[in-house]
Design a protein around this ligand. Structure first.
Ligand SMILES: Cc1cc2nc3c(=O)[nH]c(=O)nc-3n(C[C@H](O)[C@H](O)[C@H](O)COP(=O)(O)OP(=O)(O)OC[C@H]3O[C@@H](n4cnc5c(N)ncnc54)[C@H](O)[C@@H]3O)c2cc1C
Length: 145
């Protein structure tokens, strides 16, 4: 990824879960040594081209944000689909699409970071992302003017 030979994507946003990231509906249910993922992510940058995706999911909804976990997924896993590709007004340098998961299985080793820290990780990633969104908005506004 660092060399640019391998593309990744990071998927948090869902239909109905944007600004309020804690309202996640995608679930990763533990079954033995696997997680079984079900749900849909939308507006995901590079979703069509990514070889690897980091997907945020809830392992146990009753535990709230403590059950919020990032999992690493490989494209081509059965039950992993790239769904709607957005036709955008601008920012066409990167594709934006939805990802759908239907009983998609993954081994437990693919959970990233310590248990219970997923929500904190997601908020840190969003914090960094806001700097680039600010720069993008400024550039687009300058071009319009
Ligand atoms: C080009 C593009 C690329 C993206 N890439 C990614 C990606 O790679 N991965 C990913 O996970 N997501 C990605 N996103 C999604 C992005 O993070 C969300 O669009 C963002 O979190 C906002 O969510 P939303 O679109 O559902 O808007 P909403 O949350 O529905 O917000 C709509 C409007 O309501 C306002 N609003 C929301 N809540 C409140 C409130 N409580 N009080 C007052 N006003 C409020 C917002 O400020 C906004 O103006 C991308 C989006 C775009 C457009």
């Amino acid at each position: 990824m660092a060399s640019g030979e391998h593309i990744g994507c990071w998927a948090l946003t869902e239909p109905g879960t944007g600004s309020d990231a804690s309202a996640q509906k995608t679930t990763a249910k533990r079954v033995g040594d696997h997680y079984v993922l079900n749900g849909t992510k939308q507006f995901i940058t590079n979703a069509t081209d990514a070889d690897t995706a980091i997907i945020m999911a809830m392992t146990d909804k009753s535990q709230g944000s403590k059950a919020f976990h990032p999992l690493l997924w490989k494209k081509g896993t059965p039950g992993f689909f790239v769904s709607k590709v957005e036709k955008k007004l601008g920012m066409r340098g990167s594709p934006t699409a939805s990802l759908t998961f239907e009983d998609c299985k993954n081994t437990v080793e693919n959970m990233l970071g310590a248990e219970g820290e997923g929500y904190k990780q997601a908020l840190m990633t969003l914090g960094g992302g806001r700097l680039s969104i600010g720069a993008l908005a400024l550039g687009i506004a300058q071009s319009c003017v």
